[in-house]
Design a protein. Structure first.
Length: 266
C-alpha cells in the first residue's frame, strides 16, 4: 500500500456513508485543492510531508497510522535520500510483517479474544502437544467445558483446524488490526494485564522479566514510538516463537502520565 491508497480508501469509506460525497468535497475536507488532489491521485504530483501532516490530522488517523502514512509519503517525496531510504525500509518491513499474519477483524476477534483462548492456541504449537483436548486440560488446568468452547472459537477464527481426531494450528501468527478503541480489545488487554500482575507475586524472578521506565517525551512522536514497539515485538516473535517447552506472555504499554504542557505562564 502507498499513501494514495490511504487517501482512496478514506474517500471510498465516506462515499459508502454518503453516495453524494464528491472528490471536491473530500479535497475540501483534507485541506487541499481539487486540482492538486487529482494530480496526486493520478501520479502526476507528489504529496509534501507538510501537507501530509495536515491531511493525517484531517483524516483523524491514529498516531501509528499517521506515522505509517507519513513514512509512505517520505518514501517517495522527501528531498533527502537518507530519509527516503529509511522510510522505505520501515514501510517494507511493516508490509512484510503484515503479509505473514492472519488478520482478524474486531468481530472475529470478539469470538476468541480472551487470553485463555490465545494461551491454548500458543500451547498447541509446543512439541509436547498431542493434538487432544485432554492434553490442554492436563497442562493448563482447564475443565472440559472451557476447552471445548475455546477450541470452537479458535476454529471459527481460523487459527486452528481439526485433523481427524486431533487439533492442529492452522495459522501461527495473527493480528487484530488498529481497533484499540474497541471495548472488546480493551477488555482483552485488561485481562492480560491481570495475568501480568499475578505473575509479579506468583513467579520467581528466574521465570520472568519485569522492567519499566518513566521519561520526558515529545508527545507528537507517539506514532514513532508505537511503530518501534510494534517492530520490537515482531522481532521477538520472529526470533523466539518456535518449538519449546512453555508459553510466555509479553505485555507492553507506553502511556501518558502527565501533559502535554505549554510554556505559557499566567
Amino acid at each position: 500500500m502507498d499513501y494514495r491508497e490511504v487517501l482512496s480508501n478514506s474517500y471510498q469509506q465516506r462515499r459508502r456513508v454518503n453516495a453524494n460525497y464528491s472528490l471536491r468535497a473530500f479535497a475540501r475536507d483534507i485541506s487541499i485543492s481539487p486540482s492538486r488532489l487529482s494530480e496526486i491521485m493520478n501520479g502526476v504530483g507528489q504529496l509534501s510531508r507538510e501537507k501530509a501532516v495536515t491531511i493525517a490530522k484531517r483524516l483523524h488517523l491514529s498516531p501509528i497510522n499517521s506515522a505509517d502514512f507519513l513514512d509512505m509519503v517520505d518514501a517517495v517525496s522527501s528531498p533527502n535520500l537518507g530519509i527516503r531510504n529509511a522510510a522505505r525500509e520501515r514501510v517494507k518491513l511493516r508490509q512484510t510483517q503484515s503479509k505473514s499474519q492472519k488478520k482478524l477483524d474486531t468481530e472475529t476477534f470478539a469470538v476468541m479474544g480472551r487470553p485463555t483462548y490465545v494461551i491454548i492456541w500458543a500451547f498447541m504449537m509446543l512439541p509436547n502437544f498431542d493434538g487432544t483436548a485432554e492434553s490442554i486440560g492436563r497442562h493448563l488446568n482447564l475443565n472440559a467445558l472451557e476447552i471445548s468452547e475455546a477450541l470452537i472459537r479458535l476454529e471459527c477464527a481460523g487459527l486452528i483446524r481439526r485433523n481427524g481426531s486431533s487439533w492442529v494450528v492452522s495459522s501461527n501468527q495473527f493480528s487484530y488490526g488498529d481497533h484499540e478503541s474497541s471495548e472488546i480489545i480493551k477488555e482483552y488487554h485488561r485481562k492480560l494485564s491481570d495475568l501480568g500482575r499475578e505473575a509479579i507475586d506468583s513467579q520467581l524472578i528466574s521465570e520472568r522479566h519485569l522492567d519499566s521506565a518513566i521519561l520526558p517525551f515529545d508527545h507528537s512522536r507517539l506514532g514513532e514510538v508505537q511503530q518501534r514497539i510494534a517492530q520490537f515485538t515482531q522481532s521477538l516473535i520472529d526470533e523466539f516463537s518456535q518449538p519449546g517447552d512453555a508459553v510466555y506472555g509479553l505485555s507492553l504499554q507506553y502511556f501518558k502520565i502527565a501533559g502535554p504542557f505549554t510554556n505559557e505562564r499566567h
